[in-house]
Ligand binder design. Structure first.
Ligand code: EPU
Length: 420
């Protein structure tokens, strides 16, 4: 079991380069199943979730070759299986994208229900509603067998209204509709940057998708997709995590390879806490003031404040000079990590979907990463805390952050990975 050991109190300064976006990569790699040819995907983050989804594609019959650490070549012309094995699928939430991609390409999909981070019920009813509207038959026993089986004689374009703004359902229905006959209009869709990235990838391979990034996406089905080369956008949440680290340690960090527009809500909140945020073409510099002012936050779908930045901000505000509230409106239960912060001396009360955070000093102790972003929150807390913080269960952090401790160490953090 590996652990991270962080000695707090260091001011972080220097430059950090952000990797490709996890949540774009874990959708674009399965989207390659729709491509009748070879695609080369660049700026892939070197994280566990990417390794897992690539091995699932190989099991399905695709040829997957890494040309270098960050570039993968995928040839899906030989994909001939439609069953995604549970032992892989259980490791990652985004395996549900295999449903849309396989249905679109080989008209059948048998995919075990997804695993990944656990923060309350994570239904996929809106994905299934979209597939059914497009003409797929879905096995009703899915809940009992632990897998979803879907098949179709051929998907036909239609109108789909999503009852919930869902990133996963938006992308999945878009994947299924790409090769469908006719036009599909998806309404009330999510607008996250990685949704636009997946649409751009598909269009670069010959799809006809319009409106990604707005409330309505229109997909004119095409007969097939051709190969090509595509480069994934930078990771909005990794960038935000380093921006918070600068504010948390009173540091001065230039976060490179970002799209500043994607960071607007995070930048605005950091400025409210007293940090200085300077935007350049593809980088952002954050200068911490040394004192963290309390702020109120509500998580929302993009362009609102991202739920995936919620734990990092709660850790930051735990050491602020007053009382803050953070309301989680995307996930029903995403405060499990707060118990760990309490053990570090934080003063936080949870009331339903709201955390009331009274700023205080944090002290190092042993804590665990309860999930990916909760783990990032623990690292931020450790960087601010007095003494040594030992973080266990860091396999969650490795799912979505590339070389996190090395990037922090280069900025001057006292952080190391130990093998117990
Ligand atoms: N929902 C439904 N029905 C559905 C789908 C979603 O009720 O069919 C609900 C969910 O229960 C939740 C809300 O809608 O309350 C939003 O869920 P969404 O579908 O948008 O989430 P997701 O696609 O499963 C992605 C990211 C998450 C991120 C959320 C919200 C990926 C692989 N995951 O999940 O990222 O929190 O969008 O932005 O893209 C992470 O990176 O740490 C992470 C958890």
């Amino acid at each position: 079991m590996e652990k991270l050991v962080v000695k707090g109190g260091k001011r972080l300064c220097g430059e950090v380069t952000i990797s490709g976006a996890k949540n774009a990569a874990v959708a674009i790699i399965p989207a390659a199943i729709l491509v009748d040819g070879t695609c080369i995907i660049e700026n892939i983050p070197a994280i566990k979730d990417v390794t897992v989804i690539c091995s699932i594609l190989e099991e399905l019959g695709a040829k997957v070759e890494f040309l270098d650490k960050y570039t993968v070549k995928i040839d899906s012309s030989s994909v001939n299986k439609y069953t995604a094995p549970y032992e892989h699928v259980r490791k990652m939430r985004a395996s549900y994208y295999l449903l849309g991609a396989l249905l679109g390409r080989i008209k059948k999909a048998d995919v075990a229900l997804p695993g990944g981070c656990n923060f309350g019920s994570r239904p996929i009813d809106q994905h299934l509603k979209g597939f059914k509207a497009l003409g797929a038959a879905i096995d009703d026993c899915a809940e009992e067998t632990g897998a979803i089986y879907a098949e179709t004689e051929g998907l036909i374009g239609t109108n789909v209204y999503l009852d919930v703004v869902s990133v996963g359902a938006t992308i999945n229905v878009m994947l299924a509709a790409t090769l469908a006959r006719g036009t599909t209009i998806i309404e009330n869709v999510a607008k996250e940057p990685h949704i636009v990235d997946v649409a751009n990838f598909l269009n670069a391979m010959g799809a006809n998708i319009k409106g990604a990034g707005t409330d309505v996406i229109k997909i004119h089905g095409v007969e097939k997709l051709h190969g090509g080369t595509y480069s994934i956008i930078p990771d909005q949440i990794e960038a935000g995590t380093f921006m918070v680290a600068a504010a948390a340690t009173g540091g001065d960090i230039l976060v490179k390879n970002v799209i500043p527009k994607h960071m607007d809500s995070v930048s605005a909140k950091l400025v409210e806490t007293g940090a200085k945020v300077l935007e350049f073409d593809d980088s952002i510099r954050v200068i911490g003031s040394g004192t963290i002012k309390p702020v109120n936050i509500k998580t929302l779908p993009y362009p609102g404040f991202p739920t995936d930045m919620q734990p990092q901000f709660v850790s930051l505000l735990a050491a602020s000079s007053g009382t803050s509230t953070v309301t989680e409106s995307v996930w029903e239960s995403r405060f499990q990590y707060v118990d760990e912060l309490l053990r570090m001396g934080a003063d936080i009360t949870i009331s339903g979907r709201r955390a009331i955070i009274r700023g205080t000093g944090l002290s190092g102790t042993q804590v665990r990463a309860t999930d990916l972003r909760g783990g990032a929150g623990m690292v931020i807390a450790g960087l601010m805390a007095k003494g040594e913080t030992v973080i266990t269960d860091i396999q969650y952090i490795d799912r979505g952050y590339e070389n996190m401790e090395e990037k922090f160490r280069k900025l001057g953090a006292d952080i190391k990975r130990i093998d117990d």
